[in-house]
Ligand binder design. Structure first.
Ligand code: AMP
Length: 173
């Protein structure tokens, strides 16, 4: 199944969660066995020979794809979560949104200096979320090898926020 066939499994939902946003709904892709299989295969592909030891998935749709990618690469999985969700001691990173601020957290023992880390999420939009995740991985002295998302909204130029990261997307709009 090609990236173009996968594109047909992404549903546009206008005005969700608020007016003016076109939400990229990945649930049709997830419920299609071939769609799920091929999307995670294509996410992992560029990093097959990169000796990734840990995949970091961003809450919450990054958990779904990230854990599948970890299995393909023979790596472990760690969650990067919204504030107050992780039970152990954490590092946190605050970042700017269009209106206001948000924060992401990681367990402080999630990755360490011997880890080669790949960050996975479903969508790259403005890039703030991925940039914050990258800052957390680097703050724990792990080596950030790359990042990948199923969808990239390239017109928002999120790649500009994640310079120095080997970034790949499966489907670009
Ligand atoms: P950003 O920080 O702007 O790159 O936003 C990325 C995060 O917001 C990802 O975790 C996505 O799940 C979510 N997101 C942003 N825009 C959309 C969209 N149009 N459709 C679905 N999810 C989105």
């Amino acid at each position: 199944m090609s990236a173009d066939a996968l594109r047909n499994l992404i549903r546009d939902v206008p005005d969700f969660p608020k007016p003016g946003i076109v939400f990229k709904d990945i649930t049709p892709l997830l419920r299609d066995p071939q769609g799920l299989e091929n999307s995670v295969r294509l996410l992992a592909e560029p990093f097959r020979d990169a000796n990734i030891t840990m995949v970091a998935g961003i809450e919450s749709r990054g958990f779904i794809f990230g854990s599948c990618v970890a299995r393909i690469l023979g790596a472990g999985f760690v969650p990067i979560r919204k504030p107050g969700k992780l039970p152990w001691t954490t590092r946190s990173h605050e970042y700017e949104l269009e209106y206001g601020k948000d924060k992401l957290e990681i367990h402080d023992d999630a990755v360490s200096k011997n880890d080669r880390v790949l960050i996975i999420d479903d969508v790259l939009a403005t890039g703030g979320t991925l940039a914050a995740a990258a800052a957390l991985v680097r703050a724990l002295d792990a080596t950030l090898i790359g990042a990948a998302t199923v969808i990239e909204l390239s017109f928002l130029e999120g790649r500009r926020k994640i310079v120095g990261v080997d970034f790949h997307s499966v489907i670009s709009y």
